[in-house]
Write a protein that binds this ligand. Structure first.
Ligand SMILES: Nc1ncnc2c1ncn2[C@@H]1O[C@H](COP(=O)(O)OP(=O)(O)OP(=O)(O)O)[C@@H](O)[C@H]1O
Length: 245
């Protein structure tokens, strides 16, 4: 269980995280919907240990993460633009975390080969990141992040820069692997449909405040999320009836 209590962060007089609290059981995905600038990235960075909050606490399985350095936290941040080692091959990029942990080389070979298969990247194993498309690079980054089963995966609009078709493929891949590996994740997005697709639980962020919902229905029903309105829009388009705003 990930437990966040009263997390607070301000830049001068500008409050960016305002008493953020949440509980997320292991193996669940929390979809966090919010507009640009509401504080989503700041929240993920605080969890990953990439910035220090002014107040509040972060716990994993009852253990405080507050003083744990980023590398040992195992709360892995996946950026919109995948950060890969440009001089390493796809295989070496995915193997990186396992080799840092000094896992046996036979074990590394086996695990990476399996991950390449799951990501459908076998034929690209010996390529460098510059030889891949954006979607392929994001798959490598995803595989590298989940191969050593982090405590929490922090996804910051990971598929936002992909075309609609690649994005849908990645969303399905994420769902399949998240279930298979029992991944606990915060999935930040400004895309309503993506939030509904990936989330087991739902939250909405506005002006540094995080509203966590008790159910999917409560998330959809809250007018501030705009979810119901957007669903009505898509439904009208699909049925070719005039949209009533
Ligand atoms: N280092 C900083 N110094 C000052 N203000 C900052 C800093 N980092 C972020 N902010 C401000 O904090 C607010 C929240 O930023 P954050 O990056 O968390 O938003 P976001 O919800 O992730 O937005 P986006 O969807 O555009 O990435 C913004 O108003 C931003 O300008």
């Amino acid at each position: 269980m990930l437990t966040i209590q009263n997390l607070h962060k301000a830049y001068h007089t500008h409050t960016v995280l305002d008493q953020v609290s949440l509980e997320l059981p292991q193996g669940q995905v929390l979809a966090v919907l919010g507009r640009s600038g509401c504080g989503k990235t700041t929240l993920l960075k605080a969890l990953a240990g990439l910035l220090t909050p002014d107040a509040g606490s972060i716990n994993w399985a009852g253990q405080s993460m507050d003083a744990v350095p980023p590398r040992e936290r195992e709360m892995v941040y996946l950026f919109q633009e995948p950060l890969l080692f440009p001089h390493l091959t796809v295989f070496e990029n995915i193997a990186y975390g396992l080799r840092v942990r000094k896992e046996a080389e036979t074990h590394v070979q086996q695990k990476v080969a399996q991950m390449l298969q799951e990501l459908e990247l076998q034929e690209h194993a010996q390529k460098k990141p510059a030889q891949l498309s954006g979607g392929q690079r994001q798959r490598v980054a995803f595989g590298r992040a989940i191969i050593f089963l982090p405590r929490v995966l922090l996804l910051d609009e990971p598929f936002a820069s992909l075309d609609a078709q690649t994005r849908a493929t990645m969303q399905r891949l994420f769902l399949r692997l998240a279930r298979k590996y029992g991944i606990t994740a915060l999935f930040v997005t400004h895309d309503v449909k993506e939030s509904l697709l990936v989330g087991d639980r739902f939250a909405y962020m506005a002006a540094g405040k995080l509203q966590v919902y008790t159910s999917r229905e409560a998330f959809i029903a809250d007018p501030q999320t705009g979810v119901r309105d957007e669903l009505a829009f898509w439904s009208a388009l699909e049925q070719q009836t005039p949209y009533q705003p």
